[in-house]
Design a binder for this molecule. Structure first.
Ligand code: SAM
Ligand code: SF4
Ligand code: SF4
Length: 349
């Protein structure tokens, strides 16, 4: 790939970069598209994301060369993990090219992808794995067709996703996790059936509390089933015990089945926020950096990416992260005025 010349006169120091709350930058989530073949009611409701919705024109998306330049810059400042997301990232047919380039960036040790898995054919799973993708997170919000179709709102059945998981499993991914967003009244009756289905398999099921991301999903605290309530419901049928985190800053609280049937995770963003350890930045498909999932606005890197050299890009990156003080989940109840927030389908989960 083409690398830009470093034409800036000002040099930039590498090394540890921390934000105003002393949090390092470790993890970059990259959204490669705002489009999706699902219309999950909690993420891209049809009332907003209709046939007339204006998705981003192709020319506004970052090229893979530009994304790789951002990843190279982020890696200089401590990022080791890249997660590709969207929208539905597998809509981009040539994603393997981007993965290959990212896998060659010095310092990047972990590349993962979040997907609804419906486009994960055997061939696609193999080519993604061969390109250097290591881990997959597959979203699946119910194990019965009726509920799942109600969630995705495009009539896709559960088997399509299970086939994708099977294809990924055969392609030899290091880890495949299954993510279930729990929304009260929509799919919370699926908590125990999902736990039973994935109990004893190689896939770790993770429950995600329904979050107030974006401004279109009509979020309300009364729709949240808390981490404790989720654990209690599982505990009643399949005994579990809490276990240690794998590493500092791990977003999911881990639980193990007492009978040896593996583990589950619960992501407690609403009931027990984890902003203190948050080392994640997000890059939108249009090239803006968001320093929080709940940010109202991002920092547009495109002018620097398109008109200036690497030193200018590094300087901008340093400026953005060093002034960061986001901790939305710890403070959400203090906001009396609802402010606009970026959509999840735009910056990825
Ligand atoms: N389309 C891909 C998928 O669904 O896996 C990747 C993008 S999607 C925005 C990433 C993750 O965000 C998914 O696991 C999805 O369930 C989750 N998500 C979307 N809206 C959410 C919300 N309001 N609360 C919690 N999680 C949400
Ligand atoms: Fe698409 Fe993923 Fe959002 Fe569902 S959660 S609408 S699959 S981007
Ligand atoms: Fe990180 Fe923002 Fe989520 Fe807190 S609310 S954990 S700062 S993304």
């Amino acid at each position: 790939m083409a690398h830009s010349e470093n034409t800036d006169s000002e040099s930039v120091n590498d090394g540890a970069l921390v934000d105003r709350l002393h949090r390092p930058l470790r993890d970059l989530r990259v959204s490669v598209t705002d489009r999706c073949n699902f219309r999950c009611v909690y993420c891209m409701p049809k009332s907003v994301f209709s046939k007339d919705y204006k998705f981003l024109p192709r020319k506004d998306l970052l090229s893979f060369e530009e994304i790789t330049r951002v990843v190279e810059t982020a890696a200089r400042f401590g990022v080791t993990k890249i997660r590709l997301t969207g929208g539905e990232p597998l809509i981009r047919n040539d994603l393997e090219q981007l993965i290959e380039w990212i896998a060659n960036v010095d310092g990047i040790r972990d590349i993962s992808l979040t997907t609804n898995a419906t486009l994960l054919t055997k061939k696609r799973a193999e080519s993604l794995r061969a390109a250097g993708l290591q881990r997959l997170n597959v979203s699946l919000d119910a194990i019965d067709d009726e509920t799942f179709k109600r969630v995705n709102d495009v009539g896709v059945g559960v088997q399509d996703v299970l086939d994708g998981i099977e294809n990924a499993s055969l392609a030899g991914f290091e880890s495949i996790k299954v993510n279930m967003v729990v929304k009260k009244g929509l799919n919370d009756h699926s908590i125990v059936p999902m736990a039973k289905f994935f109990h004893g398999t190689n896939q770790i099921l993770r429950f995600i509390e329904f979050m107030d991301v974006g401004s279109t999903n009509a979020w309300d605290l009364s729709h949240v089933v808390t981490s404790q309530q989720i654990a209690d419901r599982i505990q009643a049928e399949l005994p579990i015990k809490p276990i240690e985190a794998n590493y500092k800053g791990e977003v999911a609280k881990r639980w193990q089945y007492v009978d040896g049937g593996g583990e589950i995770g619960i992501i407690t963003s609403v009931s027990e926020p984890f902003c203190g350890d948050c080392s994640r930045a997000r890059l939108s498909a249009t090239g803006s950096i968001y320093t929080c999932l709940f940010a109202s606005s991002g920092y547009d890197l495109r002018p620097v990416l398109r008109n200036q050299g690497d030193a200018a890009l590094q300087k901008e990156f340093r400026r953005i992260w060093s002034q960061r003080e986001d901790r939305y989940s710890e403070t959400r109840t203090q906001f009396s005025v609802i402010r606009p927030k970026v959509e999840m389908s735009f910056i990825g989960g």
